[in-house]
Design a protein. Sequence first.
Length: 183
Amino acid sequence: MKKLDLYLQNVRIAKAKKFIVKGASVLDIGTDDGIMFEKLNDLIDFGVGIEPTIHKVQNKGKFKIIPGYFPDALANENAPLFDVITMLAVLEHVPSAEQKYLGENCAKYLKKGGKVIITVPSPQVDIILNILEKFKLIDGMQLHEHYGFKPSDTENIFAKDFKLVCKKTFQLGLNNLFVFEKN
């Protein structure tokens, strides 16, 4: 990853951190290399990351990264219920047909009162990222997978099983933070 990619990743992690209590168990969907677990090591008791670009399980102390897609990757894991599920810059990569089941699937793996923390870019970000990628300032991480996602769709995905507890923009309105609590 380039420096700008790392900066953007760190900002998203910092936004999520504010909603994770000490001792939490965390499921991180789209965990990449598990950097969030490394940065929040003292805060999180244990975590499971799901990443479709790896091919074998990676044990990293109290954290584990498993290959695959949510929720199928958890089928053989005897996964516990988690306190928090994070999806930082991930939801826009989920195909539209699968988004309608995402809230329901998150509810299955979350304790009552648990939180889902999501960051998603605003639509105009794709234009900016395409320019930055052309100048090789970012790596572009799967921009072709944004599926035309609109941040306003996020609330509908989680409306059935969750209540919205935080919704705000950051980085001059280019990114969006949503925090939902399981009913």
